[in-house]
Ligand binder design. Structure first.
Ligand SMILES: [Zn+2]
Length: 413
């Protein structure tokens, strides 16, 4: 049995307080002051719950020239994220329990962060979806390696709901996309070729489905009611980048970057707490994949910069720390049903220690993805100094340890 008392300035119940936190076997057992009889470790800076990212594409297996689970998950740790959920659109899509089992066996023991895996819904594979799946992904509109399911009827909705795991929808209406399709040479044309109306049509259809845990992925505008029970997901790139920034192929992503007023409205909605979760939609491609806009593959890396970019906004007093922690840490963990994302009794001791006075700039050459080229290069960011995952220090003075200690989330009960 391993017991440690961590002392430091913790984010606890919505505010920062000098506290002691007793951690036993990776979980928080007590929170208070003057906890005696155990070894004490002082944590630097402000101690926040570490992040959970429910939307990453680590490309492993099948496209490991783009990313693999080691580089992707290491990147996560450097960005303060200790749990990731990997999407199923691999080169061979994860759409049945055999492929799922093979992927799990391959990834186990190689991940630096705790991880879950999604399965892809193909419209008729509910009988062969693994019961161990962490979530289900439905592509209503086409994207990388996806099988498109344009419509979810009642039978399909019932089947999806029966798994009782989050069902994440890539919400772009396929008919609408087909009607607008043109060859796009830059981000503005790309925005016109996959307009917001396609997203709204699909997202509203998802909103009305009888599926308890439904997630509308990467929304680019707050078009759903804030009263809806749907999980509303947003990415940093749809909050901070617009289609007139001249980003070229690096800015090609699905759904596209929108125009400036739309992005500003989206950011404003995020800042006021409209969104449930902030995910990276980390989607790396090789440099060759990103050469010419017309033929470039869609996707932006972001698992390492998701939280650091937002911490810079907190430092600048643009973003409330509470909104960041809820959307990047507490809510995503709760959506996925894991005991993380809060510093409280019974939760896993997953912390990140940050010094808000150590603002840096994103330097893509120092990120840990296999293809770290990012439109956020040069943006202000605050990277965590120390990261702790289930009571184990996995990042110490800005350096990750070399042991992949990540576990499959189902093994963590
Ligand atoms: Zn995605």
């Amino acid at each position: 049995m391993q017991e440690t008392v961590y002392s430091g300035i913790f984010y606890y119940l919505g505010e920062f307080r000098e506290l002691e936190v007793l951690v036993r076997d990776g979980r928080i057992e007590r929170v208070g002051m003057d906890i005696r009889g155990f070894p004490v470790k002082r944590l630097p800076g402000a101690v926040l719950p570490a992040g959970t990212d429910i939307h990453v594409h680590f490309r492993d297996p099948g496209e490991t020239e783009k990313e693999d689970f080691e580089t992707g998950s290491l990147s996560a740790i450097y960005g303060g994220t200790t749990t990731v959920f990997d999407m199923p659109n691999n080169a061979v899509p994860v759409d049945n329990y055999e492929v799922f089992r093979e992927k799990l066996a391959r990834v186990r023991g190689r991940s630096y962060a705790d991880f879950g895996l999604y399965t892809m819904f193909t419209g008729s594979n509910e009988e062969v979806i693994s019961r161990e799946t962490s979530g289900i992904k439905v592509f209503m509109g086409g994207s990388t390696n996806s099988v498109v399911v344009p419509e979810i009827d009642e039978r399909k909705a019932r089947a999806l709901d029966s798994f009782n795991v989050p069902v994440a929808f890539h919400a772009e209406d396929q008919g609408c996309l087909a009607a607008h399709q043109v060859e796009a040479r830059d981000t503005r044309e790309y925005n016109r070729s996959r307009p917001l109306e396609c997203e709204v049509a699909a997202g509203k259809a998802v909103d009305s489905l009888k599926i308890r845990k439904r997630v509308v992925a990467h929304m680019t505008y707050p078009y759903l009611s804030a009263e809806s029970s749907v999980v509303r997901e947003v990415t940093p790139h749809h909050l901070l980048l617009h289609d007139s920034m001249g980003l070229g192929p690096l800015g090609k992503v699905n759904p596209p970057l929108r125009d400036k007023p739309t992005v500003e409205a989206n950011l404003e909605a995020y800042l006021r707490g409209y969104y449930t979760v902030l995910s990276s939609d980390h989607a790396p491609h090789t440099q060759e994949d990103k050469e010419e806009f017309e033929y470039a593959r869609a996707g932006i890396v972001g698992v390492e910069t998701r939280i650091p970019l937002m911490l810079a906004l907190v430092k600048k007093k643009v973003l409330d720390m509470k909104v960041l922690i809820e959307t990047a840490c507490s809510n995503p963990a709760e959506v996925m049903g894991i005991r993380k994302g809060r510093i409280d009794v019974g939760y896993y001791a997953d912390f990140m220690c940050v010094d808000l006075n150590s603002m840096r700039r994103v330097n893509e050459e120092r990120l840990h993805s296999k293809n770290p080229w990012t439109p956020f290069n040069g943006f202000d960011a605050v990277f965590p100094e120390t990261v702790i995952m289930r009571g184990q220090t996995v990042l110490d003075r800005y350096e990750a340890i070399e042991e992949p200690l990540g576990e499959f989330v189902r093994d963590l009960k």
